[in-house]
Design a binder for this molecule. Structure first.
Ligand code: E4P
Length: 215
């Protein structure tokens, strides 16, 4: 399973890389805005240190404008993945990107049929947002299960990128289901390490080590 980090913050990305927990990065306009820095400055810094796929989102809605931005973003670096909206113009652009060899990540997916459309359009990744579904009393992880089973039936090459991950349980379930990728906020990566028995056990080992006679 690949771990992407869902962040535009260079310190967070660097930290995840140094732990070996960052196979790629996903960004979106909100994450870039949070840095308070200009878009180009933010993405140049990310692309300087990340070799894996880096998703950069288009910020326009018409097909022609999406394609202009997609080509511009894809030309920045070989590992750029263009993030496209799950709309008719977005999926039309996805198809064009596919024929031009541009990697894509179709974002804001909330239903199995949307995911089916993205796969048929040739998306490299589909991003179902599990946390936002849970937020409205729906079942985000059930959606992942459904998409994985549809993709398996028809042997689509599109990879399921579990997005809007809010807690370790999302990740545990995604891994158990065989999702290809999860994009994880830095805070959740920290939570994945934690177990009270690990802390207790370590406290005990450290205390006992002090009792070992020197010599
Ligand atoms: C995915 O690519 C998105 O950037 C992200 O996972 C959205 O997560 P949120 O619902 O926590 O904003």
């Amino acid at each position: 399973m690949q771990f992407f980090i869902d962040s535009a913050d260079i310190d967070e990305i660097q930290d995840a890389l140094s732990m070996g927990m960052c196979d790629g990065v996903t960004t979106n306009p909100s994450l870039v805005a949070k840095t308070g820095k200009p878009f180009r400055k933010v993405i140049d810094a990310i692309l300087d240190i990340v070799d894996g796929p880096v998703s950069l989102e288009v910020t326009t809605l018409s097909y022609d404008e999406i394609m202009a931005q997609a080509r511009e973003l894809a030309a920045i670096a070989e590992n750029v993945v263009v993030k496209l909206p799950l709309t008719p113009p977005g999926l039309k652009a996805c198809r064009t990107c596919y024929s031009e060899g541009i990697a894509t990540n179709v974002t804001l997916c909330f239903s199995p049929t949307q995911a089916l459309l993205a796969a048929k359009a040739g998306a490299t990744y589909i991003s179902p947002f599990v946390g936002r579904l849970d937020d409205i009393s729906s079942d985000g992880m059930r959606l992942i299960e459904e998409i994985l089973s549809i993709y398996e039936h028809y042997e689509f090459e599109t990879q399921v990128l579990v997005a809007s991950v809010r807690h370790p349980q999302h990740l545990a379930q995604a891994a158990a289901m065989g999702a290809h990728v999860a994009t994880i906020p830095h805070k959740v990566i920290g939570q994945l390490f934690k177990h009270p028995l690990t802390d207790l056990g370590l406290d005990q080992f450290m205390a006992d080590w002090k009792k070992v006679p020197a010599g």
